[in-house]
Design a protein around this ligand. Sequence first.
Ligand code: DAH
Length: 338
Amino acid sequence: MKAELEAIQTEVLEQLKQIASSDELETLRITYFGRNGKLTDVMKGMGSLSKEERPIVGKFANDVRATLTEAFEKTKTALESQQQEQQLKDEAIDITLPGRKPAYGKAHPVIQTLERIETIFTRMGFQTVTGPEVETEHYNFDALNTPIDHPARDLHDTFYLTDGQLLRTHTSPVQIRAMESQKPPLRIIVPGKAYRVDYDVSHTPMFHQVEGLLVDKHVTFSELKGVLVSFARQMFGDQTQMRFRPHFFPFTEPSAEADISCTVCQGKGCRSCGHTGWIEILGAGAVDPEVFKAVNYDPEKITGFAFGMGVERIANLQFRIPDIRTFYENDLRFLQQF
Ligand code: DAH
């Protein structure tokens, strides 16, 4: 039995040298010290020894057990410190590496243009106001002198909601809201979103407009021209020419559309301007007396002018992209160019 114990001790000490993980160590422990372990088995056989032999072999067995227990502990400690070192190595941070830069966002190209337009009018003394995108027929049409049979009221252009509400088709309803809440004089611009059932290379169902409204005593059409020419030159350069063509809008009388000299060919005529040398950028006019009546202003005492422009169109004159729908496809490769 002594020889057996000695063999076990040598065996275990030998195997401990090969142990590489705490799992392996545990398996080895169970193999020898477990309930049916090899050492446990030998100890169980002690009962069959004689009275004289038992204390001697017993002491020997205890010594073997103590030696092995100590060897196990040592291996365990060694494994643990090895593991810790490995972990420190794995999780090491190289503080000499350059930091990772956060990705900076920036304003969408259409918003960049919108902000430029706003800045120019702000310098001319216009105050920025905003209004709701969900509007009523009253503000979007009726109060703007747009009769029920006007083509702009056609279902094809307007997104109608329930309860007589709709998505505003232009920023003009904010003219009405502003005049209802303020007394003249008024000098405002209204940047914002508008919606129409429209989708092609130059139209998206949601787009941006900037509306302008100036109301006071003795406001003239030539002042409207002065403001818009000044705007166009600040926006597109000092050489920009502007022309006004007669047009019709229900809420202005007289009305005009304003063109600027083509930014690509400087008015000589090219593909961008359809070989006319001119590009339309906005609608404008003298506020119709009917609109003043709708907000209880006295058209005998008060005059004014208004204008409205599409921001995507102006952004496109600056950035020249073939299809304005790409503004809203959220392709970062496209957007990061601006
Ligand atoms: N609301 C018009 C549109 O969406 C643009 C416009 C034209 C606005 C003339 C005005 C204006 O204020 O006077 O097409």
